[in-house]
Ligand binder design. Sequence first.
Ligand code: ASP
Length: 344
Amino acid sequence: MEKESAVLLLFTGGTISMSEDPATGALRPIDFDRLQEYLPELKQTGVRVKSIPFLPLVDSSDIQPDTWEKIALTIQENYDDFDGFVVLHGTDTMAHTASALSFMFENLSKPVILTGAQLPIGMMRSDAKENLLTSIEIASAKENGHAIVPEVCIFFEDTLFRGNRTTKKNAEHFSAFNSYNYPPLAKAGVHIKFFRSYIHYPELGTKLRVRTKIDQNIVILKLFPGITHLTVHTILNIPGLKAVILESFGAGNAPRHAWFYNELKNATERGILIVNKSQCSTGTVEMGRYETSLNLMNAGLISGYDCTTEAIVAKLMYLLGEYESLDEVKHKLSISMCGEMTIS
Ligand code: ASP
């Protein structure tokens, strides 16, 4: 007889676990025990489910890298006892957490599924139950004794996405996420349909490694027509700054002013890493395609290809935390480490 599947739920908070404050009408986290009252269906899943709340439950805007570390270490400690893991998380920074976890886990062979909801679990039309119950099903799904999706993913509404490819796209609709540059890993309708050719499988027999060191000395510099020299200079000279995500136009383009080039070149010569990320959600950076991006290449910028900003934030923090050698960090930025980008 097949062994009963087991899934560990980690509750961090988010709308899924909130209720309305009667006095102000604002949403705030409820007691963890009340959340369990709303989920009698958990007993019917046929899966042994254990829950660990990270108290106090928080809105995901309050989540910091120390929570990424806590999630990663909790999964590591419980890795052998469960078939998969579901992380209940607010939607606002879910894509950041999913991206960070994807870098922290090496040789992951079990599913880590992040999910949440747009409406609190106690509300009539809430999307919470479906999101959670389907995530549990995906986290426990196996074939020939192996997990069907051994990746860090986000499941929302009816779609399973690779976590480090995902962006929150809508603050209102139940379909809150998209993965603009990578196809879904599964669709949940009457049946859950897995698209196996898009799923990454680790080499058999490799052992999970978890690395959680983070360096937060990075910044995002978003270009707009009219950005001043003083603004760019001030940002690139923040004390202790180690890396910049330059959010450029179109296929990775930027103004050709001499001062702009000189500021970037000066920063890269001081050892600051600058990753070129397009402000477009879909498509890729192609440095050198237009004259307006040749300068960026000559100034020493690194292409972010089709990576999301969320994934580059997590990748930079992870690499700067884990590796001392700048060359090593640069090399790892130029390759796809866990399916986060397509190199064209
Ligand atoms: N503000 C909430 C959060 O991210 C939104 C949500 O959960 O959907 O925690």
